[in-house]
Design a protein around this ligand. Sequence first.
Ligand SMILES: Nc1ncnc2c1ncn2[C@@H]1O[C@H](COP(=O)(O)OP(=O)(O)OP(=O)(O)O)[C@@H](O)[C@H]1O
Ligand SMILES: [Mg+2]
Length: 156
Amino acid sequence: MKLTVNNLKDTENIGKIIGRCLEKGTVLCLDGDLGVGKTALTQFIAREFGVEEYITSPTFTIIKEYEGRLPFYHMDVYRIDSEDDMYDLGYDEYIYSEGVTIIEWSHKIKGILPDERINIEIQRIDDTSRIMDIGGKGKIFDRLAEELKYYENTCN
Ligand SMILES: Nc1ncnc2c1ncn2[C@@H]1O[C@H](COP(=O)(O)OP(=O)(O)OP(=O)(O)O)[C@@H](O)[C@H]1O
Ligand SMILES: [Mg+2]
């Protein structure tokens, strides 16, 4: 499904809906060009998820851990050269844990992403407008898709 986002406030609204849908074991993949808004969306999701700490981009650390209503793991795999490097960082312990995981630049590790996941590809239209292409597989994605359809119908 494709959602048109006109400004940061729309991104916040979508982030809130996602934040409410996340459950134990959810893996959410965010892709799109540099500076398109992956971290911004993650910040809104995290806030709704109960993370009080301010989320910053994990570009240099790759993985950052926060605590919301469940553990919240934020990864940025831009600098990862091989999927093996991810296992060295404990990747599968994160994705198969009691927490939720958000992965920026997930296509760099597409061979090791779980089948059940949510994919969001963000495309820039202009300074504040974006298109979010949202897909995925599994129960949590199905529920999110319903919530987003409802949101789309009530605001357009
Ligand atoms: N509708 C919008 N949604 C998201 N961000 C927006 C929007 N409009 C403007 N912005 C701005 O775009 C910038 C997005 O930066 P952000 O760090 O989130 O991008 P990113 O995709 O995580 O980049 P990187 O690839 O470097 O990790 C922010 O400054 C944000 O305020
Ligand atoms: Mg980022």
